[in-house]
Design a protein around this ligand. Structure first.
Ligand SMILES: Nc1nc2c(ncn2[C@@H]2O[C@H](COP(=O)(O)OP(=O)(O)OP(=O)(O)O)[C@@H](O)[C@H]2O)c(=O)[nH]1
Ligand SMILES: [Mg+2]
Length: 391
C-alpha cells in the first residue's frame, strides 16, 4: 500500500529525475494564465521538488483527448524526443484522469504524473507539524483513491496471464477499502485538530485582540513580512511553499493597539482541489480573521494573474467580502540599482510611475522594511471601520 502511495504522489524516489513538461491549451478554456507562464511555473515546481527539466511541449486543442490527453501527432513527437532529451518522467500541467495517466505510461514507458501530484509531493516534504502532515496525507489519499483502478489493471496488462484477473480485481477492492479506512481515520484526527484550533480562536476572541491574516501567492513574501513586522524567525526561502503551517505573532500598531498577525500557506494557480478541502483546519484561520492582508509580488510579470488566482481561491473559500488590504511587495527590486534610495523617495517615485493606488493598497518592501508604517496605519483604519460600522 505504502508503495502505491509513494509511486503516485512522489516524483523523487529515483536518483536523478529528468522531467519533460507538457501542457495543453484547450480552446474553450477561460483561464487567464498564458500557457507559457503556467509551464514556467511548473518548471519552478519541478525545481522545488528537485527534478531537472529536460524540455517542454505545448499543444492547442479544442478539448484534450480523453484517452491520451494529447493528440496523436504530439504524442508521437513526445516519444521521438525521448532519445535526445533522455527524460525519465513526464509531468502534465493539468490534472490527468486515471485512464489518461495509465494510457500515457503504457505508451511513453516512463512515469507520468500531473501538476497536482507534483504539488502534493512538495507539500509532503514541507509539512513539519502534525497538523500539516495529517492534512497532506489526507490530500494524498484523496488524490489516490480514484486512481487505484488503473494501477491494478495496468499491472495485469504488463504481467498478464491466466489467473491474474480475479486476484487483481479483489486486490483493488482491498486497497480501496484500506484507503477509505485511512481517509476516515485521518479525517477523525483532523477533526480533533480543528476543535483544538477553534477553542484556541475562541479564547483569542474573548481577549478582544483583532486578527490580521496574511494571504497571497506562494513566494510573494508573506513570511518575510511577518518576520520584519514581528522580529520573528519564520523560515523564508526563494522556493515554492516554504510555509505550510500557520504561525501567529503579536505586534503593536502605531496607535498602540495590539493585533495578532498570522502567516499561512500560500496559494498557486491550479491548486489541487484535494489540498483545499484537506487544509480546512489551516484555512479556517483565514475565515476567523478580521482583516486579510494580501501580499503581492509586484516584480512577478504574472502579478495580475497571481492576484486573480488568490482572489478566486478566497472567493471559493467564501471570503470574498472579508475586509482586505493589499500590499504590493518587493518594490526594492524595481528600482534603479545604481542609485541609493531611501524609503520615502522610492515609494513616491513608484507610486507616481504606476497606476494610481486605491486607498486600501500600499507599496512595500518586506525585505527592507519599507512602507510598513503606512501599511500598519491602513490596518488601524480598517479595524476602526470594523468596530464602528457606518450606519
Ligand atoms: N528583494 C526582495 N525580496 C523579498 C522581499 N520579500 C520577500 N523576498 C524574497 O522572496 C522570497 C520568498 O519570500 P517568503 O517570505 O518565503 O515568501 P512566502 O510568501 O512566505 O512564500 P511561501 O511560504 O512559499 O508561500 C525569499 O527569497 C525572500 O527573501 C522584498 O521585499 N524584497
Ligand atoms: Mg512563507
Amino acid at each position: 500500500m505504502e508503495d502505491i502511495i509513494t509511486k503516485k504522489t512522489s516524483v523523487t524516489t529515483a536518483p536523478q529525475e529528468r522531467a519533460f513538461l507538457v501542457a495543453v491549451v484547450a480552446k474553450e478554456s477561460t483561464d487567464r494564465w498564458r500557457v507559457e507562464d503556467s509551464l514556467a511555473e511548473l518548471a519552478q515546481l519541478a525545481g522545488t521538488a528537485g527534478v531537472e527539466v529536460a524540455g517542454e511541449l505545448t499543444q492547442r486543442l479544442h478539448t484534450p483527448s480523453k484517452i491520451h490527453y494529447l493528440g496523436k501527432g504530439k504524442l508521437e513527437e513526445l516519444i521521438s524526443l525521448k532519445d535526445n532529451t533522455s527524460y525519465n518522467v513526464v509531468i502534465f500541467d493539468d490534472e490527468l484522469s486515471p485512464i489518461q495517466q495509465r494510457n500515457l505510461e503504457e505508451i511513453l514507458k516512463v512515469k507520468v504524473i500531473d501538476r497536482s501530484a507534483l504539488i502534493l509531493d512538495i507539500f509532503g516534504r514541507r509539512a513539519k507539524t502534525r497538523e500539516g502532515q495529517l492534512q497532506v496525507e489526507l490530500a494524498q489519499h484523496q488524490y489516490l483513491l480514484p486512481r487505484l483502478v488503473g494501477q491494478w489493471s495496468h499491472l495485469e496488462r504488463l504481467g498478464g496471464g491466466i489467473g491474474t484477473r480475479g486476484p487483481g480485481e479483489r486486490q483493488i477492492e482491498t486497497d480501496r477499502r484500506l484507503i477509505r479506512q485511512k481517509i476516515h481515520r485521518l479525517k477523525a484526527q483532523l477533526e480533533e485538530v480543528r476543535k483544538h484550533r477553534a477553542l484556541y480562536r475562541q479564547r483569542r476572541k474573548k481577549s478582544g485582540t483583532p486578527v490580521v491574516a496574511i494571504v497571497g501567492y506562494t513566494n510573494a513574501g508573506k513570511s518575510t513580512l511577518l518576520n520584519t513586522l514581528s522580529q520573528a524567525d519564520v523560515f523564508v526561502e526563494d522556493k515554492l511553499f516554504a510555509t505550510l503551517d500557520p504561525i501567529t505573532r503579536r505586534i503593536t500598531l502605531p496607535d498602540n493597539h495590539a493585533i495578532l498577525i498570522t502567516d499561512t500557506v500560500g496559494f498557486i494557480h491550479k491548486l489541487p482541489p484535494t489540498i483545499v478541502s484537506s487544509f480546512r483546519a489551516t484555512l479556517e484561520e483565514l475565515s476567523e480573521a478580521d482583516i486579510l492582508l494580501h501580499v503581492v509580488d509586484l516584480t512577478s510579470h504574472n502579478a495580475a494573474e497571481q492576484c486573480q488566482t488568490v482572489e478566486d481561491i478566497l472567493a471559493d473559500l467564501g471570503l470574498a467580502d472579508k475586509p482586505r488590504i493589499t500590499a504590493l511587495n518587493k518594490i526594492d527590486l524595481l528600482l534603479d540599482r545604481d542609485k541609493t534610495w531611501d524609503e520615502e523617495t522610492a515609494i513616491k517615485d513608484l507610486a507616481d510611475e504606476r497606476a494610481p493606488l486605491d486607498e486600501d493598497t500600499v507599496l512595500i518592501s518586506a525585505g527592507k522594511g519599507w512602507g510598513l508604517t503606512r501599511l500598519l496605519e491602513l490596518v488601524s483604519h480598517a479595524l476602526d471601520d470594523i468596530s464602528r460600522p457606518s450606519s
